[in-house]
Design a protein around this ligand. Structure first.
Ligand SMILES: C[S@@+](CC[C@H](N)C(=O)[O-])C[C@H]1O[C@@H](n2cnc3c(N)ncnc32)[C@H](O)[C@@H]1O
Length: 287
């Protein structure tokens, strides 16, 4: 079993047994269905499984393994649990504010813009960026690529339809992020849903991309991969960071999530820290 570097290095016997059960379950999911969670962070996977076990009345991870082998329905529920897609419009408003004030002015000097949202989930992050680009006069020269491994999330992203209850909190985020209008300018409310204006999708292409297996994409000026790396173990995180480094143009920007740390001993020569507090980095050439 590969060491999971996100985990403590000493385990009780009970924890060691549970880790082995987890390892066997992830191997089964890979061998039988081709879904590879073997390099995801065990703590997060364990948390999701415990919740699912409670809902389904299952007592142990090895019992889950038995069910997964024989019950495709449960397998799909577990996969959906593992692809945590909690998100919101202008999530972490301070980050979007920093982007508006310290990154957008630099992007304004570029003749065209290529932006990649890796792990875009249900799309709120992408719509937030599209709105900001519109307000800053950059939308028409931008090409935005929104990718995720979870096809259900990606479909929702493409549709841009969200429950109306969320708009109040999101409107608050938008204003805190330095929004120049009101959020309702960019959507319509219909039968309990908020529908994002189709115009926002004019320069967005949605497609699937798996950070476990797929490679770099084009010459991006800006890459977002927020609240995704936190679910990977260090091996997979380093793989993804290499893909992002290869996908960025000279001095391209990379944005991580509020609780993520991009740089460690193994990759500190790949990026310069641009805004430590808001987790914004810039590609360094020599890696
Ligand atoms: C918590 S959401 C983050 C959404 C958005 N970036 C944000 O910060 O609000 C995590 C997303 O990562 C995606 N994800 C998980 N594993 C992935 C992988 N191997 N490749 C690409 N996306 C992945 C999930 O499907 C989910 O949509």
């Amino acid at each position: 079993m590969e060491a999971n570097t996100e985990e403590p290095t000493t385990f009780s016997e009970e924890e060691q047994n549970e880790n082995l059960e987890l390892w066997a379950l992830l191997e089964v999911m890979y061998q039988k269905y081709g879904y590879d969670f073997r390099n995801y962070n065990y703590s997060s996977i364990r948390r999701q499984l415990k919740r699912r076990m409670e809902t389904e009345g299952i007592d142990s991870i090895s019992q889950i393994q038995h069910h997964v082998l024989n019950n495709k329905n449960l397998f799909h529920k577990i996969v959906t649990d593992f692809y945590i897609n909690v998100t919101e419009l202008f999530r972490d408003p301070a980050f979007f504010n920093a982007l508006r004030n310290h990154v957008i002015p630099i992007l304004k000097s570029y003749p065209s813009l290529k932006i990649w949202h890796a792990g875009c989930g249900t799309g709120q992050e992408v719509y937030s960026m599209a709105i900001m680009l519109m307000e800053e006069g950059l939308f028409e020269k931008a090409q935005i690529y929104a990718t995720d491994v979870n096809m259900e999330a990606l479909k929702k992203a493409q549709e841009g339809i969200y429950p109306v209850e969320l708009i109040k909190e999101d409107s608050h985020n938008y204003l805190e992020a330095g929004g120049l209008e009101t959020l309702t300018k960019y959507c319509t409310v219909n039968y309990g849903n908020v529908i994002m204006n189709a115009e926002l999708r004019k320069h967005i292409s949605f497609f699937d991309h798996n950070l476990v297996t797929d490679s770099s994409m084009g010459e991006m000026n800006l890459i977002f991969c927020r609240n995704v790396l936190i679910y990977f173990n260090n091996n997979l995180k380093q793989r993804a960071i290499r893909v992002f480094w290869e996908s960025l143009c000279h001095k391209g920007f990379f944005c991580a999530g509020a609780n993520e740390r991009l740089l460690g001993e193994e990759n500190q020569n790949m990026f310069d820290v641009y805004d430590d507090k808001n987790k914004i980095y810039r590609k360094r050439e020599a890696a």
